[in-house]
Ligand binder design. Structure first.
Ligand code: PLP
Length: 303
């Protein structure tokens, strides 16, 4: 894969379009040392960024949770994201906005740092291996648990919180799995390293309440889509010992979209009608121009 710093195109950096290869930082940037960064992951489908306003709102909120303010309005950030896609000639792509504390101060204290923002976009077809998607991906248990909400700003999409995700995903891939499933601090099932999780039993959808991890925009969208189809959705604590009772399982996220799970450690699942139905519904929704006409619009999409 072409390294990310050796590509061509334009990156929106602090209000200006900068040639891709010149969008660089100093090594003494606060965020690099202390994890003081927040980011988003969005996708553009056929020229429209799905849930753009919801993602931008979360970016601004994530920064507030990390005790800094983004020096651009949500409207300016939305426009910059769209412009970034256009400037790079992209209509179907992944978009990565990021905000971070700069190099003005390098200590745990960061009150004198400036906040910077960048937005990059690039083509990114599927998060998981195409041929695994039909059979379902394979998950192992993660080495680390998600911290509880009183131990970290768990509602923020913060760079520092991904340390345990990267370690867990690396171990999983090294051992031949696609991803790792993380528990919360109480031992209940939380989420995968970059996606939320759902289970199916007797036609009912089950998913853990997002008390210590991101309440993903895709997660909220899937819950709304399921309910609009008359599928019951239950948000409840799910323990590893409960897994045997479920027949289908899938993970959801902007990058992962809706991806069937075929295996979690020793438990096997058979991607079925409910999973494939929601894959189709999600795929139609993200590509629909007038989402409210096709679907009762999930509350998350309302600005
Ligand atoms: C750790 C984690 N959980 C959940 C999600 C899903 O969030 P969303 O659906 O808003 O992309 C993501 C992806 O951003 C993630 O990185």
């Amino acid at each position: 894969m072409l390294p990310f710093d050796e590509r061509d195109g334009w990156i929106w950096l602090d209000g200006r379009f900068t040639p891709w290869r010149d969008a660089k930082l100093h090594v003494l940037t606060h965020a690099l040392h202390y994890g003081s960064g927040v980011f988003e992951g969005m996708r553009m489908y056929d020229g429209r960024i799905f849930a753009l306003e919801a993602h931008t709102r979360r970016l601004v909120r994530s920064a507030q949770l990390l005790d800094f303010a983004i020096p651009w309005s949500e409207a300016e950030l939305n426009e910059a994201a769209i412009e970034t896609c256009l400037r790079n000639g992209l209509h179907n792509c992944y978009i990565r906005p990021i905000a971070w504390r700069g190099a003005e101060q390098l200590s745990v204290s960061a009150l004198d740092t400036r906040v910077h923002v960048a937005i990059a976009a690039w083509p990114w077809p599927k998060y998981f291996d195409e041929d695994r998607l039909r059979r379902g991906i394979r998950l192992c248990w993660a080495k680390y648990r998600r911290p509880s909400a009183d131990a970290a700003p768990t509602a923020a999409k913060a760079t520092g919180l991904y340390v345990i995700c990267t370690i867990s995903k690396n171990v999983a891939e090294r051992e031949g799995y696609d991803d790792a499933l993380m528990l919360d601090s109480t031992g209940a099932i939380a989420e995968a390293t970059g996606a939320n999780i759902f289970f199916v039993r007797d036609g009912v959808l089950f998913t853990p309440p997002p008390s210590s991890f991101l309440d993903g925009i895709t997660r909220q969208t899937i819950i709304a889509l399921a309910r609009a189809r008359g599928i019951k959705v239950v948000e409840s604590r799910i323990m590893p010992a409960d897994l045997g009772a479920f027949t289908e399982c899938f993970v959801v996220g902007t990058a992962a979209e809706v991806t069937p799970v075929g295996q979690i450690a020793e438990h096997a699942f058979q991607p079925g009608r409910l999973t494939f139905g929601l894959i189709e519904a999600y795929s139609a929704l993200v590509r629909s121009r007038v989402s409210a006409a096709a679907e009762p619009a999930p509350a998350i999409l309302a600005s």
